[in-house]
Design a protein around this ligand. Structure first.
Ligand SMILES: N[C@@H](CCC(=O)N[C@@H](CS)C(=O)NCC(=O)O)C(=O)O
Length: 217
């Protein structure tokens, strides 16, 4: 199997963390975002969206990070990370859809507009979009905060693929213009999860590596 990523990408990090957790050995192909490699005809034939992550397993090509986490956990037959029981599975899938459609959608946009754009010279921050993202995050953060009251993890009592999905944008949390102080359960959860070794190991060694190929590659 081969996983296509860019260094530091939140959606790649969630898949890399699952790979670490499962102990799977797979090849990793790094792409240079800034050199436009995700728009090359070769890469677009793998993922027509021109986005990472993407997985190749023989002739099977899979994109969408949450689908990849599910596929890898099932392939490794890891029923702790992604149980077969329909109720537990439904719970996990529900939170993966929720993070992608709501929470991390807007958290990610806020991070991109206010942190990534200025840092990597990717254009002018769209202030209207920033305000829209802040508004949506203010709606969805309390949902996660209330859900996490008295819980250690998003679904069930142990870590699942839903947790790695939920914390995908973790590295932007303190940098975005958003008041997280009303959400103590959410904050404590992020503090716990960011220390999980399988996750922590996916962080770029240096900010200068983000979006670029590793020096030795
Ligand atoms: N829904 C997709 C989103 C993937 C995504 O947004 N990837 C970003 C990196 S985190 C990307 O490739 N961006 C490149 C671009 O938008 O041109 C997934 O979960 O895989």
């Amino acid at each position: 199997m081969k996983l296509h990523i860019i260094i530091g990408s939140p959606n790649c990090r969630k898949v890399q963390a699952v790979v670490n957790h499962l102990g799977i050995k797979l090849a990793t192909e790094y792409h240079d975002f800034f050199a436009g490699e995700l728009q090359s005809p070769d890469y677009l034939s793998l993922n027509p969206n021109g986005m990472v992550p993407a997985l190749e397993d023989g002739s099977f090509k899979l994109w969408e990070s949450n689908a990849i986490t599910q596929y890898l956990a099932d392939k490794a037959d890891n029923s702790a990370l992604f149980p077969r029981d329909p109720e537990r599975r439904g719970d996990i899938v529900r939170w993966q859809f929720w993070e992608a459609a709501h929470f991390n959608r807007w958290f990610g946009i806020l991070g991109f507009e206010t942190v990534a754009k200025p840092k990597f010279n990717l254009g002018t921050t769209n202030q209207g979009l920033v305000e829209t993202a802040q508004g949506h995050l203010k709606r969805f953060a309390p949902v996660l905060d209330r859900h996490l009251a008295g819980r250690s993890h998003v679904a069930g009592n142990g870590i699942t693929i839903a947790d790695y999905s939920m914390i995908a944008v973790e590295s932007f949390k303190e940098a975005v213009p958003f008041d997280w102080s009303p959400y103590p359960n959410l904050n404590a959860y992020f503090e716990r999860m960011r220390k999980v070794d399988h996750w922590a190991r996916t962080a770029p060694a240096s900010p200068a590596d983000i979006g670029r190929k590793p020096k030795a590659a």
